[in-house]
Design a protein around this ligand. Sequence first.
Ligand SMILES: Nc1ncnc2c1ncn2[C@@H]1O[C@H](COP(=O)(O)OP(=O)(O)OP(=O)(O)O)[C@@H](O)[C@H]1O
Length: 272
Amino acid sequence: MSVDRPDPLLEVRGVDVRIGGTAILHGCDLTARAGELVAVVGPNGAGKSTLGRVAAGLLAPAAGTVRWGGQDVGAVRARRRPHHRAYVPQRGRVPDGIRVREAVELGRAPHVGLLGRPTTTDHDAIDRALARTRMTGFAQRRLSTLSGGELQRAQLSVALAQEAPLLLADEPTASLDLGAAVTVARLLRALADDGLAVVLVVHDLALAAAIADTVVVVHRGRTVATGPAEEVLTPDRLAAVWEVDAELDPGDGARTALRVGWRPVPHALEGR
Ligand SMILES: Nc1ncnc2c1ncn2[C@@H]1O[C@H](COP(=O)(O)OP(=O)(O)OP(=O)(O)O)[C@@H](O)[C@H]1O
């Protein structure tokens, strides 16, 4: 590890989570620094969203610690939390009737205060968040009328208006077409390049390999590997964790592919 790496904005150490008496996470670790994009990957039900929620302070761990900028999350008052981290849920609630700009204004609310009025700085932050997510032209549209991709971008816009140094996004490219997924992936990479710590829960391993500095593999409630995609997503690990015959092709770094053995191996080739 280089000595001049910034201190972590997110540090999850040895976290256990129990829900309704069931152990969901066991001793999980997750670190993200300014300028770093961390992709949390793993099979269905592995515990990725739970890890994202505990990292976002939405779920209290039964053991272990969660720190934002070195401060224990339990010691951060509820109204200060949006200043530390923004969280984009997998399935955000879409309130009836609310327009995109109004939703983004709600994202900005922690800066405005209970009785205050938005200042020019707040309006500028809202405009920037809309522009960054290409939602300026949708500002007066009701959330309920947006397509799945537009809604994902609107939710990111709400989170960006918070201007928190740590952004956690749970499957922001789920149900997006290829072009829309690339747009969101590039935005997340650009946000990290601008100095945010970005944690992304994602299923698409080729996308994770293309944009993430660090990949964290969650398997059966444990963080079993952490590192650059080419070191972590080896054929052996893909076989052990996802139970597939697959290989990551790192390409030129910006274009990545996952070669997957989709069809059963013919008996004649087995064991060769
Ligand atoms: N509120 C809950 N009550 C009971 N079990 C839960 C609850 N929330 C999550 N779980 C269980 O915890 C495990 C991990 O769930 P989690 O949503 O974190 O997985 P995931 O890796 O994000 O899965 P997916 O890729 O399918 O979204 C699953 O077995 C899930 O059924």
